[in-house]
Design a protein around this ligand. Structure first.
Ligand code: OAD
Length: 245
């Protein structure tokens, strides 16, 4: 039996499954990752090779220059709007339909899991299509790829911010608590397309392992968790995930 076949058996007999995805699952949809030891292409370099996170993804950067930060998010929204979910996203949506006890946790803000048909996605880093008022905290969904005014404004008059988690900010506590519970309860934990460098999200892999899950990693490159998982599958998500079904 190959390792992939064994992983498929683990999944089919698991009473509960949790999945953690990162930017790599959307790579084959044409969305750049943040940092990448694999698949680097001149037309799609990783974001943190082109930009400095501290200029764009921190509360301080936003306080300094909200328009500049918004222009970057608006550019990303327009890229994502043109992209389609790939076979990896679709396979996870199918797994949710087949398995009663299934939790999808994503670090991605792109919304491609929703568009692929996943109905319950724990977005631990927020959602780029959500806008949140900096004054009254009102949140709204805005699907327009390009916003007419930057920064956008709330009905109360204050400016809005992207509904994402920036460096130095806490993860949404309720969503995070559900993610931890799912990792603890999982019989199989899949970790897909993440460099596993950003905490606390990456800590879910360790939590799942320590709680007894079989952990399967899908990533074309080695990561800091490759050595501790039960099977590290060096493959692209769109290729490997359909084979796990
Ligand atoms: P990274 O960009 O850090 O890592 C992407 C991972 O995907 C790398 O390990 C690649 O090897 C892998 N990869 C590339 N192509 C792939 C493919 N086709 N199939 C599967 N894997 C592939 O992305 P994340 O780990 O998601 O946070 O980054 C974590 C967080 O850092 C992000 O959520 C974001 C970022 O700064 C915030 O903005 C708070």
């Amino acid at each position: 039996m190959t390792a992939a076949e064994r992983a498929r058996e683990w999944l089919s007999s698991a009473k509960s499954i949790a999945v953690l995805t990162g930017a790599g699952i959307s790579a084959e949809s044409g969305i750049p990752t943040f940092r990448d030891q694999w698949g680097r292409s001149p037309d799609r370099p990783p974001l943190w090779n082109q930009f400095r996170p501290e200029d764009l993804a921190t509360p301080q950067a936003f306080a300094r220059d909200p328009k500049f930060v918004w222009e970057w998010y608006d550019w990303r929204r327009s890229l994502i709007a043109k992209a389609e979910p790939n076979a990896g996203h679709l396979a996870l949506a199918e797994l949710e339909r087949r398995k009663p006890n299934f939790t999808l946790i994503t670090q991605n803000v792109d919304g491609l899991h929703d568009r692929a048909g996943s109905t319950h996605v724990l977005k631990v880093h927020g959602d780029i299509w959500t806008l949140r008022c900096t004054l009254c905290s009102h949140e709204r969904h805005d699907p327009r790829p390009s916003l007419p005014e930057l920064p956008p404004k709330c009905n109360c008059g204050a400016i809005e911010r992207p509904g994402v988690v920036w460096f130095g900010e806490n993860l949404p506590p309720e969503i995070w608590a559900q993610a931890e519970q799912a990792a603890e309860a999982a019989g199989v934990f899949l970790v897909v397309g993440t460099s596993a460098l950003v905490y606390p999200a990456a800590g879910l892999v360790h939590l799942a392992k320590a709680s007894g899950a079989k952990v399967v990693e899908v990533n074309p490159a080695e990561t800091p968790v490759s050595g501790m998982v039960d099977f590290s599958w060096r493959a692209a998500a769109a290729e490997a995930l359909p084979q796990l079904l």
